[in-house]
Design a protein around this ligand. Sequence first.
Ligand SMILES: N[C@@H](CCC(=O)N[C@@H](CS)C(=O)NCC(=O)O)C(=O)O
Length: 225
Amino acid sequence: MAIQIYGIPLSVAVRRALVVFKELEVPYDLVTVDIIKGEQKSDKALKNQPFGKIPYLHDSDNDLTLFESRAIARYIVGKYDKSGKSGLLPTDEVDAARFEQAVSIEVTAFNPPANGVANELVFKPVLYKKETDQAKLVEALASLNDTLNVYETILSKQKYLAGEYLTLADLFHLPLGTVLTDMAKLNVLTTDKRPSVQRWWKDISSRPSWLVVKADTTPLVFTTE
Ligand SMILES: N[C@@H](CCC(=O)N[C@@H](CS)C(=O)NCC(=O)O)C(=O)O
């Protein structure tokens, strides 16, 4: 039986996990949990994801339940790429440390301001029909630009965030980055003013794995199994 991922195709965190399945061509079943209806807070969902969020995974091979998209991504690489051929999860001590450094940057320096901007420009007005808070938007955008200026310095010296090879740390940027470029129509990742960020973003956002995940824009109307 294929691994089951619980969530919806449009969720940023679900997509962060799904792109890794696609990279490694690992089949999965997406079991929909409607976050608009609040199904992530049901008793059943809370048993699997105690914070009441999506995604979570169930692997019937070892009866494993796992949540947090980045942990799911690591699990999939660990299980299906034992030889480490993909390079997505480095094991050499130096490469592994550089990888953790890059993941930490994504979690602490990119994700919060990128999520703040996406929240004000897309999630609030489009999904929740709420008004944009201009002050919060300006603050998040300034912080995001600060981060991407540092990314420019890093990426002017190496091809990817953890070094010369693509890792999960790069892929983790794809869902929120795409909300910024495709939905909020911002040029923060594509501007000529940051040529190395532009080169990196063009490279990772055109990967076939991501194009497949991004193409699934199933509307937010679901039933849970
Ligand atoms: N750090 C978590 C974040 C999960 C998350 O925030 N998921 C959102 C959807 S993208 C969610 O479930 N929102 C509904 C809620 O918070 O009630 C992960 O990466 O899995």
